[in-house]
Design a protein around this ligand. Structure first.
Ligand SMILES: [Zn+2]
Length: 293
């Protein structure tokens, strides 16, 4: 089957369905809190495949690989240190297995390194660029359809990621930020600054993912919309986290409550819609139905 590419889809009038959460869904399937989901790519591949298949069944047009933290720097102090390339390739293979026989695309997920860039932190820009370049090469070689730099909070790190990616591949790239302090990122970055700074860098879409409440994310999207003409990628959390007695986070919105907001998101300008933390396959299914009704 010849699939329409990501860039071709962006020119279509319709809104596309992304996937839901990786971390919180894997935790509800037994991943120990605090353990990197990437460990499961090698140790519990069937669980990773199962979740990806559930998102495809729920109606996703694009699913993400389980590679958010699969960089040299982020895995350095885990039990899978040094296995980044293997993890990235295996995660792509699992995602491709989940979409086999469908026209669903696979997006390679690239998250932050977990370290602050110099001069605020210990990470040199050249090392950050190299780290992102390596991950982009692994994901691109394994055959992803696009790359998503997500949950970004610092312009310098996002730019390092985009620079590193472009050293290795011409694949379309989405760059998505997490506004987890109201409508600002952890570093105080505004959506309008993100739009102004990232739009000229050759990305295919700009995104908002994770963050805090739906209300704050929606405000952030309004500000972002004013500052860019690029398509908007939108993956908010299923409301706010609440700690249960076992110390696990649950998110307070039901699938129906989350889906009821979808038309509002589309009217602001969201072109690609899924969910971040707390978004189960049931949430995604309700969102997909709302988008396609
Ligand atoms: Zn999240």
């Amino acid at each position: 089957m010849t699939k329409k590419t990501f860039l071709e889809r962006l020119n279509d009038p319709q809104v596309f369905v992304l996937d839901g959460a990786t971390g919180t869904n894997l935790q509800s399937r037994g991943l120990t809190k605090g353990l990197s989901a990437e460990v499961w790519v090698l140790e519990e591949p069937d669980k990773i495949l199962g979740l990806a298949k559930d998102f495809v069944a729920a109606g996703a047009d694009i699913i993400l690989t389980c590679t958010f933290g699969a960089t040299t720097i982020r895995l350095a102090h885990t039990t899978v240190a040094g296995k980044e390339d293997r993890i990235n390739r295996k995660a792509v293979e699992l995602a491709q297995q989940a979409v086999a026989g469908t026209d669903v695309l696979v997006a390679g997920s690239i998250g932050p390194t977990g370290q602050l860039l110099s001069p605020l932190g210990p990470l040199e820009e050249t090392d950050a660029i190299k780290c992102f370049a390596e991950q982009a090469r692994s994901l691109a070689t394994a055959g992803v359809d696009l790359l998503v730099v997500e949950t970004q909070f610092d312009l310098a790190e996002a730019k390092a990621a985009l620079t590193g990616i472009r050293m290795k591949t011409d694949l379309p790239v989405v760059c998505s930020f997490s506004f987890d302090r109201g409508t600002r990122t952890m570093m105080g970055l505004k959506p309008s600054t993100v739009g102004e700074e990232i739009t000229p860098l050759g990305v295919a879409a700009i995104g908002i993912n994770c963050g805090r409440s739906l209300e704050d994310n929606q405000k952030a999207m309004g500000e972002l919309r004013e500052s860019t003409t690029l398509p908007i990628w939108y993956k908010p959390n299923a409301g706010l986290p609440q700690l249960d007695p076992d110390g696990n986070s649950t998110y307070n919105l039901s699938p129906e409550e989350m889906a009821s907001q979808v038309s509002g998101w589309i009217s602001i300008g969201a072109k690609l819609i899924g969910g971040c933390c707390g978004t189960s396959p049931d949430h995604l299914s309700a969102i997909a139905k709302e988008i396609r009704k």
